[in-house]
Design a protein around this ligand. Structure first.
Ligand SMILES: [Zn+2]
Length: 346
C-alpha cells in the first residue's frame, strides 16, 4: 500500500531531518490518518453520491430495481409508491419519519413482498385492506406471512372467499392489531393523519363500493386513495360535504369508467392521477372515458401498466414523480376487452 511505504521512508529519515522536515512529516501523517479513516469508514450521506431515486426527474427511466427508497437521501420526505403488481392495487407509503404503510397488495404472488424488500421495508406499521377483492388483498396475505405487520385496517366488510379467510388467518397469526374504520375516523401513521371518507357504517353488497377511501393532507400536497370506489360512492362523499381536493389522485377502480365522474374530478382537481392496471387486462382498464375526463381538466396521468411503479415524493410544498418506464397511458382498443369490462367486477 502506497501510504505505508511513504510512512516508512519518512520514518527512516526522521532522525536526520531538521525542524522543517518534521513539520512535513507530521503533515503527511495527518494526511495518511485521514486517508485510512476515509477508507475504513466512508462518510455517510455523501452529497456527491448519486441519489438512488432520480427525484424531480420524471423523464428519467430507472429500472424498477433501482427504487431503493427507504434509505435514500430524500428520507425527510413523504414517499408514495404505486407499485406495479399487474391487475391490482398496491400502494406503499413511507412517512417522513420512516413509518411504513401498505394500502392493498395486489393479487397473491404478484411481487409486493419482493418490492417491499427491494426498497428496504422490513416491517409495516400499518396495512390497509380497502375491500376484500383478491386483486387488493391477495398480496396482503403474502405480506402478512413474510413481514411483521403492527396493525391492519379494514372496512369490516365480510367476504366468503378463501382469500378473505386467509387474510383473517394471516392477521391473527401475525398478532397484528385489527381495526375497522368508517367515515369520520382517522388513521394515524406517525405524524401523518389519514381521514376516512368512506365507507359509512353498514355493509354494502357491492364490495367495490365498500372500499375504504382515505385522504392525506401533507402540508400543501394532498393525496386521495379511493380503492375501487365507484360513482355512487363519489357522489355520496360529495353529498356528505367531505373535502376531496387532492394534488395526487389514485383513480378509483383501476381507471374504470365506473369511477372518476366529471363532477367528482371537478371537486378533486388533481394535478396528477395514477391508476393501477395490467397491460392487456380483460377489463379494458383504463377506460377511454376516464382518460378523456382527466385530459379535459389538464391532469397528468400515470398508469402502472405503461409506466411501471410510480413513485411520488413530496416535501409538503412540492412533489416529484418518478416512473420506471416512459409511456403515455391510453385505453386498450380491442373490442373484446371493452365487452368483457361490463361482465366482471375486478
Ligand atoms: Zn380492484
Amino acid at each position: 500500500m502506497q501510504p505505508f511505504r511513504l510512512l516508512s521512508n519518512f520514518s527512516s529519515r526522521w532522525s536526520r531531518s531538521g525542524p522543517a522536515g518534521k513539520v512535513i512529516l507530521v503533515a503527511l501523517l495527518v494526511v495518511l490518518g485521514l486517508y485510512i479513516w476515509q477508507t475504513i469508514s466512508p462518510l455517510p450521506d455523501d452529497p456527491t453520491a448519486p441519489p438512488t431515486l432520480a427525484a424531480g426527474d420524471s423523464t428519467a427511466t430507472p429500472t424498477r430495481a433501482s427504487a431503493t427508497a427507504v434509505s435514500n437521501p430524500m428520507a425527510d420526505s413523504l414517499q408514495v409508491h404505486f407499485i406495479d403488481v399487474g391487475q391490482g392495487d398496491a400502494i406503499l407509503i413511507v412517512a417522513p419519519d420512516g413509518k411504513t404503510m401498505l394500502i392493498d397488495g395486489g393479487e397473491s404472488n404478484t411481487g409486493v413482498v419482493e418490492y417491499l424488500r427491494s426498497v428496504g421495508v422490513q416491517q409495516l406499521d400499518l396495512m390497509v385492506a380497502t375491500h376484500p377483492h383478491a386483486d387488493h388483498i391477495g398480496g396482503l396475505v403474502d405480506v402478512l406471512e413474510e413481514i411483521p405487520v403492527a396493525e391492519v385496517v379494514t372496512n369490516g366488510q365480510m367476504h366468503t372467499s378463501r382469500t378473505y379467510e386467509r387474510l383473517l388467518d394471516g392477521i391473527a397469526a401475525a398478532g397484528a392489531v385489527y381495526t375497522e374504520v368508517k367515515r369520520g375516523d382517522r388513521v394515524q401513521l406517525g405524524g401523518l393523519t389519514f381521514d376516512v371518507l368512506h365507507p359509512t357504517s353498514g355493509e354494502d353488497d357491492d364490495l367495490n363500493n365498500s372500499s375504504v377511501v382515505l385522504r392525506l393532507v401533507y402540508n400543501q400536497v394532498a393525496f386521495l386513495f379511493t380503492g375501487d370506489a365507484e360513482a355512487q360512492v363519489e357522489a355520496d362523499i360529495l353529498a356528505a360535504g367531505q373535502p376531496v381536493n387532492a394534488t395526487i389522485l389514485k383513480l378509483g377502480h383501476h381507471g374504470s369508467h365506473t369511477s372518476s365522474t366529471a363532477e367528482f374530478l371537478a371537486h378533486v382537481q388533481p394535478e396528477v392521477a395514477v391508476y393501477s392496471a395490467e397491460i392487456g387486462n380483460s377489463y379494458g382498464h383504463p377506460h377511454a372515458e376516464t382518460l378523456a375526463a382527466l385530459a379535459k381538466i389538464g391532469t397528468q396521468v400515470y398508469g402502472t401498466d405503461v409506466n411501471g411503479t410510480v413513485i411520488v415524493t413530496s416535501d409538503g410544498s412540492t412533489y416529484t414523480v418518478d416512473i420506471a418506464r416512459q409511456g403515455q397511458p391510453k385505453a386498450p382498443s380491442t373490442e373484446t376487452s371493452q365487452a368483457t369490462a361490463e361482465l366482471q367486477p375486478a
